[in-house]
Design a protein around this ligand. Structure first.
Ligand code: FAD
Ligand code: SF4
Length: 494
């Protein structure tokens, strides 16, 4: 432990975010890094508590507690405090292929389980992680690591999201020859075309994939495997295949008037903005615009928040986020103690911005859509909402939502974005390889394994576990890579 009294001497200091009204003028990241001295103080707050729950990554009451990658957090905090940043980088890269992604977009499960947070504020683990990896890139330490020996084995990775990239990176460094096939025009999956630029600027993904390409990974974009690229050819040409195509079937809202013009799925909306931003700095006009529109987002989660932030940047007239569930408490409930994931209400960046612009929180709780109202041309003009109450279902004993009669209201709306979650993978890819799906339409494997029912075909990421987090996708990619390596070589050290 670097400084025995660090956690007593220094308070938690986070990077400063630009003011909401200032940052909505562009789509850039908006946090200013701390000084070197301040960062060392933050690392010094890690008390090396002996039982580091932060790096545990285990399920507790159905939710993960601690880092799913088992990042060696107390070790690199100590090294960071002592100014041994090169060693800190080396420890960080042992467990995490892409700290530059997680340190920007991860909800920091580590911090929710940090012992300092039990009776105070947790260590700034995520920001410490970011300072280490950015030091690595800035100081030229992130040079291509080209394997000295090649195994002669060829692996195809289908899908270039964080799970596919992590599998590709791990297998390539092991010496296998890896080709990544991506349906889209750019590599990165939801890192590229889901998570908005203000959370993760896209040159950060390019910087990593350039490095991977220099290390020998081949990327083939605009390659829709199972449609334009034959799965049989891939099975013939490669010694192993990893399916990492994500969980991209959006949950729809079935209400009268659903065919109205002006209703889109959240990811289509977010993708169109990012693509236009990258292609033309939004000058090509090829994006779903929220400008001067009343926007209603169905879904109070993180994707809904990204839609709020994006709509505000477009210059929307108003923005409302509908959430079926009641508002969560501001503090942990007694039934949800540390180090469990805290089920508390957080106000995210998009919601903060909407409050700054419109003077009110965009979220309305225990409310859903009853009807989409359209004009004679079929254009969406309003949404009829209804309030919900939760009652106990006699058969299951579970709380279920019930509409409250007479609570209907009309919200003016010309753009509705559905951010209501995802229902498993698109089955055509799995079908093309003959891989079985489970009841939740994820690719089926034995518990704890990534091997599908088809020899040499493995599954990873959201396509395997359902919609999750970037950090879990990286874990999945690493674990699938280890299993594929064992299959190819008869043993693995990964
Ligand atoms: C809007 C949004 C915001 C999010 N924000 C966060 C966040 O802030 N933090 C966080 O931790 N998580 C976030 N998530 C979740 C996170 O992005 C995902 O859990 C993660 O990206 C899953 O990684 P993956 O590699 O399994 O799949 P994906 O990232 O979905 O990548 C799958 C890739 O496979 C490609 N593909 C699909 N079919 C084919 C085919 N037939 N041939 C070739 N390629 C194919 C797709 O084009 C895609 O590029 C967010 C999700 C969404 C939707
Ligand atoms: S990957 Fe996420 S959970 Fe793990 S150390 Fe980084 S911020 Fe924490």
């Amino acid at each position: 432990m670097g400084k025995a009294t660090g956690f007593l001497e220094y308070t938690r200091v986070e990077t400063t975010a630009k003011e909401s009204l200032e940052r909505i003028k562009d789509f850039n990241e908006f946090h200013t890094p701390l000084s070197e001295e301040q960062r060392r103080e933050q690392a010094a707050r890690c008390m090396d508590c002996g039982v580091p729950f932060c790096q545990n990554g285990k399920m507790l009451c159905g939710m993960i507690s601690g880092c799913p990658l088992n990042n060696l957090i107390p070790e690199w905090n100590d090294l960071l405090y002592h100014g041994q940043k090169e060693q800190a980088l080396s420890r960080l890269l042992m467990t995490n292929n892409f700290p530059e992604f997680t340190s920007r977009v991860c909800p920091a499960l580590c911090e929710k389980a940090c012992t300092c947070g039990l009776d105070g504020t947790p260590v700034t683990v995520r920001e410490n992680e970011r300072s280490i990896i950015e030091f690595g890139f800035e100081s030229g330490l992130m040079e291509p690591q080209i394997p000295k020996v090649r195994s002669g084995k060829k692996v195809a990775v289908i899908g270039s999201g964080p799970s596919g990239l992590a599998a590709a990176d791990t297998l390539n460094k092991r010496g296998h020859s890896v080709t990544v096939y991506e349906r889209s025009d750019r590599v990165g999956g939801l890192l590229m075309y889901g998570i908005p630029n203000m959370k993760l600027e896209k040159h950060i993904i390019q910087r990593r994939t350039d490095l991977m390409a220099a290390e020998g990974v081949k990327f083939v974009t605009n390659a829709n495997v199972g449609a334009d690229v034959s799965a049989d050819d891939i099975l013939k040409d490669f010694d192993a295949v990893i399916l990492a195509c994500g969980s991209s079937n959006p949950r729809d809202i079935k209400a009268e008037g659903r065919d109205a013009k002006g209703i889109y799925f959240a990811v289509d909306f977010l993708k169109s903005t990012t693509k236009s931003l990258l292609d033309s700095d939004l000058t090509d006009g090829k994006f779903i615009s929220a400008k001067d529109k009343n926007v209603v987002i169905i879904g109070g989660g993180d994707t809904g928040n990204d839609c709020v932030g994006t709509s505000v940047r477009h210059g929307c007239k108003s923005v409302t986020q509908l959430e079926m569930m009641p508002k969560l408490p501001d503090e942990r409930a007694d039934s949800n103690p540390w180090p469990q994931w805290p089920r508390v209400c957080k106000t995210d960046y998009g919601q903060e911005e909407a409050i700054a612009v419109f003077g009110r929180d965009p979220r309305i709780y225990t409310t859903t859509v009853k009807e989409f109202i359209k004009d004679e041309k079929g254009n969406l003009t309003a949404i009829k909402t209804v309030k919900l109450e939760f009652v106990t279902d006699e058969k299951s004993g579970r709380k279920v939502p019930r509409e409250i009669e007479g609570s209907e209201e009309l919200l003016p709306c010309e753009l509705c974005l559905i951010a209501a979650g995802f229902l498993g993978c698109q089955s055509y890819v799995a079908d093309a390889f003959g891989a079985e799906l489970d009841q939740r339409t994820n690719v089926k494997t034995e518990t704890g394994s990534h091997a599908t029912n088809i020899p040499k075909v493995f599954a990873a990421g959201d396509m395997h576990i359902g919609q999750s987090l970037v950090v879990r996708a990286i874990r999945e990619g690493r674990d699938a890579a280890a299993e594929a390596d064992r299959y190819l070589m008869g043993y693995t050290n990964l």
